[in-house]
Ligand binder design. Structure first.
Ligand SMILES: Nc1ncnc2c1ncn2[C@@H]1O[C@H](COP(=O)(O)OP(=O)(O)OP(=O)(O)O)[C@@H](O)[C@H]1O
Ligand SMILES: [Mg+2]
Length: 462
């Protein structure tokens, strides 16, 4: 009889123990241990970190030392037909790479991948494996999206070895697995979705990619905390980790790279969800500004850099008097701490009182700003709301605000100014130092240099 050995593994950091624990002693996560069972002959290998090592190690076959300067092949990249997706991948899908695309339920992962499969299948053989939906469901979606191809194959299967067996016969150039959490490895005793299963089936797909150059796209579910469900090690094993995010109730969707072995992680891809699937948004600024109210106090435009691309967004602030001793402060899309800091600077330096006001700050379009260059615009929106004075519609401000109320320089000023001018902003308030260094001022644009938060006041409409 085969003897089983049980160990408990932390889902967030892979710490292993022989007993179940409520709190992980290594990473401090609560309730994160899951049971894994091994056959006794595998138990020796299960001894703590050796499992990790065997799974991380790749089977490259026997190889000889090679001079780095010799035989350097270039990445073989193929366009996915969506410029926005290619951009996040670093310029297209690399053959033999493994990409993990994760996101909230219903955000549009399957939709996006089916659209990408469609374009890739114009020149390549593509296999779309689904463990979540029936072939009829996928066909219905394909019909809605207008996907029709002679070289796109669909397989509904959850046994990873069977998938690979069928892939051997078909020999596709691209395999999409929707989703990795539904796959299981029949030789492993645990249930599908458990960390052992996810780890083992991913390892099978990764090995496949590395041995014969198939590009593999894996869909990953996210857990309650927003991380990728399953073992942390999954993110180490794949080449690229992408997050698909956005407010489900709004149509705006963003793809960010969290890790990329073949490109920068600064770039984002912007999409809009429509009944015909995801549509690329090449000019996100135009879309974000389309419903902007005119002459209303409490909002200001800002230019933030998303990777190498400037994005114009709108920051709104609402201050309303309250009778409660501790007023509310709420922020969406921008760091709460940063909002408190800017409020404190305005109170102290400009003498404007917020103590008796609830303050709400919001960034339009479900985007998240994490750049201090947005400080000046946030301050403008706050001042505008508390003083009931609208910021002129054609004015945009950027600059980092320091604790003494000074406005500090930001990077890539020329690019931000050019984007603002392209979208019709004619008054651009920028830190004085940046204004001095600015070589080219677009036609019809007036630059307002700002030194401190005091300089923001005359910019408000009379
Ligand atoms: N007929 C339709 N018209 C417009 N949008 C639709 C239509 N059908 C579906 N959608 C959009 O597609 C989304 C579902 O997309 P999709 O199934 O690709 O998401 P998913 O991320 O794969 O979800 P899951 O995690 O459940 O697999 C819906 O939330 C909705 O926004
Ligand atoms: Mg899906």
């Amino acid at each position: 009889m085969i003897k089983k050995k049980t160990i408990y593994v932390c889902k967030s950091c892979d710490y292993q123990t022989s007993q179940w624990l409520g709190k992980c002693p290594s990473c401090g996560a609560w309730n994160s241990f899951e049971e894994e069972t091994y056959d006794d002959d595998k138990a020796a290998a299960a001894d703590k970190k050796s499992v990790r090592r065997t799974l991380l190690a790749r089977d490259f076959g026997e190889s000889e030392p090679m001079l780095l300067s010799e035989n350097v092949p270039d990445y073989l990249r193929s366009s996915t037909g969506m410029g926005e997706f290619d951009r996040v991948l670093g310029g297209g899908l690399v053959s033999g790479s493994v990409v993990l695309l994760s996101g909230e339920p219903g955000i549009g992962k399957s939709t996006l991948l089916l659209q990408i499969c469609h374009s890739l299948s114009q020149t390549k053989k593509v296999l779309y494996v689904s463990g979540e939906e029936s072939a009829a469901q996928i066909a219905m979606r394909a019909k809605r999206l207008g996907v029709r191809s002679e070289s796109l194959w669909v397989l509904t299967e959850t046994d990873a070895s069977k998938v690979l067996e069928k892939a051997d016969k078909l020999s596709p150039d691209v395999i999409v697995v929707d989703s990795i959490q539904t796959m299981y490895h029949s030789e492993s005793a645990t249930i599908p979705g458990s960390i052992t299963q996810i780890r083992e089936s991913s390892a099978m797909f990764i090995n496949r990619a590395k041995t014969d150059g198939t590009a593999v796209l894996l869909v990953g579910h996210v857990n309650k905390e927003g991380g990728i469900a399953g073992p942390k090690i999954l993110e180490h094993m794949v080449d690229t980790v992408l997050y698909f995010e956005g407010e489900r109730r709004q149509n705006f969707r963003l793809i960010r790279a969290m890790k990329n072995r073949f490109g920068s992680t600064n770039e984002i891809g912007v999409f809009e969800m429509t009944d015909k699937g995801l549509r690329e948004v090449e000019n996100p600024s135009e879309m974000l500004l389309s419903d902007r109210p005119k002459n209303v106090p409490g909002n200001c435009a800002v230019c933030v850099m998303e990777g190498t691309r400037p994005l114009i967004a709108e920051i709104q602030a609402l201050t309303s008097p309250t009778v409660f001793p501790s007023p509310r402060r709420m922020s969406t899309g921008i760091d709460y701490g940063r909002v408190s800091l800017i409020i404190a600077v305005i109170e102290k330096r400009l003498g404007l009182a917020f103590q008796a006001h609830d303050v709400y700050v919001n960034v339009i379009g479900g985007i998240k700003i994490d750049e201090t260059a947005s400080d000046a615009a946030m301050a403008m929106a706050l001042i505008s709301s508390v003083r009931e004075l609208a910021v002129p519609d054609d004015l945009i401000a950027f600059g980092e605000i320091g604790l003494s109320g000074e406005v500090r320089t930001v990077s890539r000023v020329e690019q931000r100014v050019a984007e603002a001018a392209r979208l019709g902003f004619t008054r651009i308030a920028i830190p004085r130092r940046c204004a001095e260094r600015l070589d080219k001022i677009p036609d019809g644009v007036k630059i307002f240099p700002i030194n401190t938060v005091f300089d923001l006041l005359p910019l408000m409409a009379k």
